[in-house]
Design a protein around this ligand. Sequence first.
Ligand SMILES: Cc1ncc(COP(=O)(O)O)c(C=O)c1O
Length: 441
Amino acid sequence: MNAPAPRPNNLAPFWMPFTDNRSYKAAPRMLAAAKGMYYYTPEGQEILDGTSGLWCVNAGHGRREITEAIQKQAAELDYAPTFQMGHPLAFQAAAKVAELTPPGLDHIFFTNSGSESDDTALKVALAYQRARGQAQRVRLVGRERAYHGVGFGGLSVCGIGADRWQFGALLPYASHLPHTYIPEKNAFSRGQPAFGAERADALENLVQLYGDTIAAVIVEPMSGSTGVLPPPKGYLERLRALCTKHDILMIADEVITGFGRLGAPFAVERFGIVPDIIAMAKGLTNAAVPMGGVAVSDKVYTAIVEGMPAGIEFFHGYTYSGHPLAAAAACATIDLHRAEDLPGRAKAMEGYFEDAAHALKGLPNVIDIRNIGLVAGIELQPRPGKPTDRAVRVMQRCFDAGVLIRTTGDIIALSPPLIIEKAQVDRLFSVLAEAIHAEAA
Ligand SMILES: Cc1ncc(COP(=O)(O)O)c(C=O)c1O
């Protein structure tokens, strides 16, 4: 590994995303290099990655196979368009993704991010309804507390108020199902909580209100960004059945859960349901090059592609859809997933990780712990009048002690690379426990 890059001396020009720029720039935390389970600061301090970057470096950092594939591709073909043109690796990457997706979801549309994948999935749903003569189906249904990225489509079905309030009216035909967080019944559940499947039935109410104008329902199989909400037992199955009953498409937003995070290539496989569309990104390239994708069922693909008059069937795409470097990274990442059985490793570590997470029960201000796969959410009692303060300070303490965690509100979200070892799980949770203790007051 090369020496980490030095600290920059001018932080002002970079307007940082989803960041308290004023606080950050007063006391910056800087990651300058990475390898395996660790980041390194410019001064060379080792930081255990408890979050896979942003839920995306599932195979661990700096994987040689991925790096070499990108380097080779950059030297061979830097860029080629995929509008009315093609290059071999884009087709190869799509075929590899299709081998991982559930049978029948074999058509892959490439994007560059999770947000673009969600907007693309919603547009596919609308185009499908129009292609099959149901143009009145224009309503998109999301869920309270959902995160579907930052595009206007995804934001319209998003259920996190803080992400929406600055941006006006959004799409006119969007509705929301209730969230599934029921702490009075489900607090400290291990894995899927027992209560809440009936919350899927709210879709019946929306059908009563809006009749046959609903195009699609989009849900994260496990809500991540809102603070880790595993689906109640039976919830997704019920939602799938209701979508089928009312002829509504079901979109699974697997931007976080795809590529092994929950111990299966895609979470829907673990939960035993088959959606019509899957949105993905993050783990697809191990985050080495930005890339997202949308897997579409034969039914939906055929309706759009065969149903349109001759010519372009779907007026949508990005300059970088299927970018050669991203396609190379995706192929190498998927090969690595298979060779090392990363979903299998996540599954094998899940019990140990779960025990370590739930061992935090009883620490000061810990009011709930939730987990599934290699994901855990630890909810802290907010300081009176100072929401987020306790969690942010816990995060800073962990960072100072050499562990990266993530916070959302007063919830700590952990999602380490799937290659994590038991000793690293122990370190992650012992540093976190100390930090929670230190912020007890
Ligand atoms: C479920 C889900 N969908 C969409 C996104 C947006 O992805 P991106 O930040 O790559 O646009 C995220 C990001 O965390 C996500 O968790």
